[in-house]
Ligand binder design. Structure first.
Ligand SMILES: [Zn+2]
Length: 470
């Protein structure tokens, strides 16, 4: 058997891992995740690059969770001829209906807008690439097949798989794949994205006892997050100070997971008297849909989350929480001079309604921007985190007068201690460990920590295009 890394190797986005081999003389090949590259100049090039295999030959795809950097190129794979099944959890299937259709819709509208400008001679450079259409995304959704956590399925004879809870976002999974090899079973475990232990929204990631081949994420493999207590203290301080000076707070947030986590924390802070009555606008149709889905999967949430959400249902006057529906209502938010908390997407500030809110709120010193998630290199969010004084928003230069706060403790990813805690769940060292899904310094650093702390010998940080026997 061989494994080849086509993304999220030496970087965070574009998770695509290809496995091929033989079972009783019959060839097989499948993918774990098929995500989009995001941020940076060469993302589009990587997204359109054709891979050295025929998509029609792939037997199946196992998808760990719905985030676009893990799922975002699936419609393209299907459009290029993949006819097999994409296996995922039930909540992931529902989230994909929101995320993939939205992704396709954004691509089509971006292209149409640029094309109109181009026809008027007002567009410079290349037109944006449409990786797939809404129609193609819809067709891809028909290839999904969902299973519960722990339910074993057999994609092809000789391969059995099941999902365990990764505690990262709704439906997120660790993929456990048993492949028959010479009368033995070889177990491949892909961590997917792992959540933090003891955090409010999602339960702890499940521990796995054994793996022959392990793929482990390392987004924050080189650092420790602030504690939840410190994160809440910081949120209280920034919100209180900004409100005192009559400013607005703009929070770019990933529509799926992060928005719900922020709402939950803010509800908790009001519930326990640390913040007064708040005016919150959630301005992202996708975040609104994901919040409704979170309510539907209430039973899958952490106990604390259930408690806070139930309290808010009974005390809904404690917070003025509005979900913005149409674009007009979204534009009206620009007239609010102060006292508003605007939570919007996209999380890395690259597209969507957040861009407009930043353009309006960045130039005024009484406002605060709270960054709540990972910002990939090359994104507007990353430039704000790096304290740029002037940024380009929708082609125009905007000066950054608002204060920018990065609240790292809200990450949906385990930090170094969390990752090590999860790895300690394995009773023996896996034969091979691939440290993926991290920028180079994070992955390399984390690989060293694994070797030193766990004394695991065979730990590799693959690069894009690398092939390994396994
Ligand atoms: Zn993720």
């Amino acid at each position: 058997m061989h494994i080849k890394f086509f993304g999220a190797a030496g970087e965070v986005t574009g998770s695509r891992h290809y496995l091929e081999g033989e079972i009783k003389g019959k060839k097989f090949c499948f993918m774990i995740d098929y995500g989009m590259f995001q941020g940076g100049r060469d993302a589009t090039d990587k997204n359109v690059e054709s891979l050295p295999f025929n998509p029609a030959d792939l037997d199946f795809v196992i998808l760990t969770h719905a985030h676009i950097d893990h799922s975002g190129l699936l419609p393209r794979l299907c459009a290029e001829g993949f006819k097999g099944t994409i296996y995922c959890t039930k909540a992931t299937q529902e989230l994909l209906k929101i995320l993939l259709l939205d992704s396709a819709h954004i691509q089509e509208t971006d292209f149409a807008r640029a094309d109109r400008k181009n026809n008027l001679g007002k567009w410079r450079g290349d037109l944006p690439t449409v990786l797939y259409t809404v129609k193609q995304a819809t067709e891809c959704l028909g290839q999904l097949k969902a299973y519960e956590y722990g339910q074993v399925f057999e994609p092809i004879p000789g391969i059995e798989a099941h999902f365990r809870n990764a505690g990262h976002i709704l439906g997120s999974a660790i993929a456990v794949i048993d492949v028959e090899q010479d009368d033995k079973k070889k177990r491949i475990v892909s961590s997917g994205d792992l959540g933090m232990f003891n955090r409010p929204l999602m339960p702890d990631p499940d521990l796995i006892e054994s793996a022959d081949v392990l793929l482990v994420e390392s987004t924050y493999g080189d650092r420790l997050h602030r504690t939840l207590q410190a994160t809440e203290d910081e949120l209280v301080e920034v919100i209180t100070e900004t409100m005192k000076h009559g400013g607005n707070i703009v929070m770019p947030a990933f529509a799926v997971g992060r928005v719900q986590e922020i709402l939950l924390i803010l509800i908790g802070l009001v519930r326990f008297g640390r913040l007064p009555h708040l005016n919150i606008w959630v301005d992202s149709p996708m975040a609104t849909a994901a919040t409704h889905l979170t309510e539907k999967y209430f039973e899958d949430l952490d106990n604390e989350a259930q408690g806070n959400f139930s309290w808010f249902k009974e005390n809904h006057n404690a917070i003025d929480l509005k979900f913005v529906a149409d674009v007009e209502e979204s534009k009206a938010l620009n007239r609010i001079k102060g006292g508003a908390i605007i939570i919007s997407a996209s999380g890395m500030c690259e597209a969507g309604r957040i861009v407009h809110h930043l353009a309006w709120n960045l130039p005024h010193s009484q406002n605060a921007i709270i960054i709540t998630g990972f910002q990939a290199m090359g994104t507007l969010g990353r430039r704000l985190v790096d304290k740029a004084t002037v940024v380009k928003v929708m082609g125009k230069e905007v000066s950054v007068k608002a204060s920018v706060h990065t609240i790292g403790g809200l990450s949906a990813h385990a930090d170094q201690a969390g990752l090590i805690k999860w790895l300690k769940g394995f009773k023996e060292a896996p034969e091979k460990v691939f440290v993926i899904h991290g920028e180079s310094h994070a992955s390399t650093n984390f690989a060293e920590v694994i070797k030193q702390e766990l004394h695991w010998a065979n730990v590799v940080t693959p690069q894009k295009g690398d092939l390994f026997p396994c």
